[in-house]
Ligand binder design. Structure first.
Ligand code: ADP
Ligand code: MG
Length: 731
């Protein structure tokens, strides 16, 4: 009897929803309480300090030591009032997680051993040198220059978690290369600001700043903690490497938007209370398509801050889940046969005059600007579709995109019928007739204020990886466990570059005597023509689309290690270096890290798979087989030979099937181990990653297929791993 599994199931059924209540009646009464936001700043900083800091945040003014000291003093006092005794720089190394190292505020006043004070200087706030030699760097830091530094990002407010003041920072090497995901994002956001402001000023000279906005939607699974503890694969890899589909999963679509189960509802509430304390504006919560799959989303905000908030939410999600006896799975594909989890990145650009540049406007001028940004983005996505795919590709997300049952790994853009009609109209006409210049000599584009995509939900193509949804694009290929920075860095850089191209072309045409409107119209028209291949409104999951996309010349590569190479093609290196976002050296070292990380993931999974088959599956299957053999011999002993033959036929068949499958599994595991030994000797990370993808990964399918078949025939009471029905339906 598999006591552990049944004990876990029994315990899970006994668990009741926790009682949770809001810290205050009104959310606004405690919202952002643990964030050093403008309210806290006003209370803890002097007027001059506050003014100078705002200058740093909004205008990018430099921060001198005196100012840093004043800010640090106020920040420390604020944090101490909230119970903080420690501080940490918080950074985002190339591992997709976050890193922190806590130091206490204490220091000697004078000589060592004398009295102690709590101190926090400007120097400690602004820059630190964590012992960071073992963070991945892809060869940037050889040992003699292994030092890494963190530097404060004043545009993302500090916050207090438990007893620690947490300061968001960038992370870079002694030689100045960035070693994190935040620094390139900030550079990309600066680039898109510069480029977009120049374009906006063609339409409105008052525009001085353009921000990129991000609204992420975080999908996740919840699994009962006891059940989780009996699945080594979930514990160590975040996904189930084995497990037959349960008879019922998401076919009936009865989970999606269904009533939230009570234990989960309590979790969601608790999570929201925590998030509100950190000023994270969670707005939406609901059941997702797969059983035990859920989603939360905040109101969108400035991209750099939104990324930090997402990272913080992921850590809060993990913590709160433990309180409720759950484990949260952020892996992109925890279960075969049901939907995986993504993190849709809703993205747009907006001006300091309050215009969302991807929302259709009220006037002809605004609509021309709207179409300018739409077509520029389409051009950027078309030109860099392989790079955008690389920005979201990891070993984990590869199971969600490009694998057997998942959407293909092809980037295309969905516009909806209405916007498509507008673009078609522009494409097929000369500027004179097309845009019906009215008596005020203004351009007239027929774009109603409420796009039909909002009215007709079926027009919201959910299979598109990059979809226009009324006032933004939704980059849906981003993985649920990812740091959104990678995707946001590439998208904003690519769009920035295209906006620069747009402005240069319009300027040239105007210099040659064209009117501004005609110049803009002509460039838009050429973009519509040139970017056509990226537009696809059909079913992105179909096989026909794979064939069609290949014909159109879109990147159709499915192997993650190959996809990553898009970062170091000539056009990508040009793009990143021209805009000052990443150097060639940084791009190359980042790819090294990606290949290394890829190899490690598959390596770990392969080990876990080997352990599971040898320690769980084969022992259970052979034990059951012995029972069957026992039964057959007893039948043979009790009945005449001809009768015994027919009576034991079924069991004999099962005995044979178990032997055969166990042999296939054992051989595959042995071969997999041999293959790993061989490919581990390869020198270059790229070669190793390719070999892990091409040679090691295929064993997973053979092993899993046979294990899952065994699961169907072996006595349920003996099976030691919780089954899909238990993992997916107990809550
Ligand atoms: P759905 O599931 O229908 O796509 P959600 O409400 O779950 O929508 O999530 C939409 C996300 O998009 C939210 O975070 C929302 O704030 C964000 N969003 C809305 N408008 C914009 C915009 N102009 N730019 C960026 N994000 C936006
Ligand atoms: Mg969405």
């Amino acid at each position: 009897m598999s006591s552990l599994r049944f004990k876990a199931v029994e315990e899970a059924f006994k668990k009741k929803a926790l009682c949770v209540s809001a810290p205050e009646k009104y959310t606004s009464d405690y919202y952002g309480k643990y964030v050093f936001n403008s309210v806290a700043m006003a209370k803890y900083l002097s007027k001059d300090t506050l003014k100078a800091l705002k200058n740093v945040i909004n205008q990018g003014a430099t921060l001198d030591v005196t100012l840093a000291n004043h800010i640090a003093a106020g920040m420390k006092l604020w944090a101490t009032d909230l119970g903080a005794t420690h501080y940490t720089h918080w950074f985002q190394p190339l591992t997709d997680g976050t890193a922190e190292k806590h130091d206490s505020f204490i220091d000697y006043v004078g000589a060592p051993g004398e009295e102690i004070i709590e101190d926090f200087s400007g120097k400690l706030l602004v820059q630190q040198e964590p012992d960071a030699s073992s963070f991945p760097n892809g060869g940037i830091r050889s040992t003699f220059e292994a030092r890494g530094y963190t530097a404060w990002d004043p545009s993302s407010p500090a916050f207090v978690v438990d007893d620690t003041l947490v300061i968001p920072t960038i992370f870079f090497s002694y030689t100045g290369e960035s070693l994190d995901l935040k620094a390139p994002l900030k550079k990309a956001l600066a680039a898109v600001n510069d480029a977009a402001v120049a374009v906006c000023q063609l339409f409105d000279p008052n525009v001085k700043k353009v921000s990129a906005f991000l609204g992420w939607e975080q999908e996740y699974f919840l699994v009962d903690e006891g059940l989780y503890a009996t699945r080594p694969d979930l514990m160590l890899t975040g996904r189930t490497l084995l497990g037959h589909e349960s008879a019922k999963n998401q076919q009936l679509e009865d989970h999606y938007f269904g009533a939230v189960p009570s234990r989960v509802a309590a979790y969601m509430k608790d999570l929201e209370f925590e998030a509100y304390k950190y000023g994270i504006p969670l707005k939406t919560r609901h059941n997702e398509v797969a059983p035990n799959q859920f989603e939360l989303a905040p109101i969108y905000g400035e991209a750099n801050l939104a990324v930090d908030q997402n990272l913080l939410v992921m850590s809060i999600m993990r913590k709160v889940a433990r309180r409720h006896g759950f484990r949260v799975l952020l892996h992109e594909k925890p279960f075969a046969g049901v939907n995986g989890s993504g993190k849709h990145n809703n993205w747009s650009l907006g001006t300091d005059t309050g215009v969302v540049l991807y929302a259709p406007g009220k006037t002809a001028e605004e609509n021309l600007q709207f179409i300018t940004f739409i077509t520029t983005t389409l051009m950027a996505v078309h030109k860099h579709n392989a790079l955008l795919k690389a920005s979201i590709m990891t070993a984990q997300n590869a199971h969600r995109l490009g694998a057997n049952e998942a959407p293909p790994a092809i980037i295309s853009a969905f516009l909806g019928s209405q916007l498509t009609a507008v673009l078609d109209k522009i494409e097929n006409s000369t500027s004179e007739e097309a845009i019906l210049i009215d008596d005020k000599k203004k351009l007239k584009l027929d774009i109603p204020h409420i796009p039909e995509v909002f009215l007709d939900n079926t027009d919201r193509n959910r299979t598109s990886p990059f979809a226009f949804t009324g006032n933004r694009f939704e980059f849906r290929a981003v993985g649920s466990s990812a740091n959104c920075s990678s995707a946001m860095t590439v998208l904003n850089t690519a769009v920035a570059d295209q906006l620069l191209d747009f402005k240069a072309q319009v300027d040239a045409k105007m210099a040659a005597g064209s009117t501004k409107e005609k110049a803009i119209f002509d460039v838009i028209k050429s973009y519509i023509k040139a970017s056509k291949a990226i537009r696809f409104d059909g079913n992105g999951y179909s096989d026909e689309w794979k064939a069609e996309a290949a014909k159109r010349g879109l990147d159709c590569e499915t192997s993650a290690p190959e996809i990553v190479k898009a970062y170091t093609t000539k056009s990508s290196i040009e793009l990143f270096t021209k805009l000052g976002v990443l150097t060639e050296k940084e791009l190359e070292s980042r790819n090294e890290v990606k290949w290394e990380t890829y190899v490690k993931w598959i390596q770990i999974e392969a080990r876990v798979l080997g352990d599971l088959t040898l320690n769980h599956i084969i022992p259970v299957a052979t034990r059951y087989q012995s029972l069957l053999l026992d039964n057959v011999s007893k039948i043979k002993a009790s009945f005449p030979a001809d009768k015994a033959e027919s009576l034991s036929k079924l069991n004999s068949q099962l005995i044979i099937e178990i032997s055969e499958r166990v042999a296939v599994i054992k051989n595959a595991v042995d071969d997999m181990v041999d293959t790993r030994r061989k490919v581990n000797k390869l020198e270059h990370e790229y070669d190793k990653a390719v070999a892990y993808h091409d040679k090691v990964l295929p064993y997973f399918d053979v092993i899993r297929y046979n294990v899952d078949k065994l699961e169907l025939i072996v006595d349920d009471e003996m099976w030691s791993l919780p089954k899909y029905r238990e993992l997916l339906f107990i809550r």
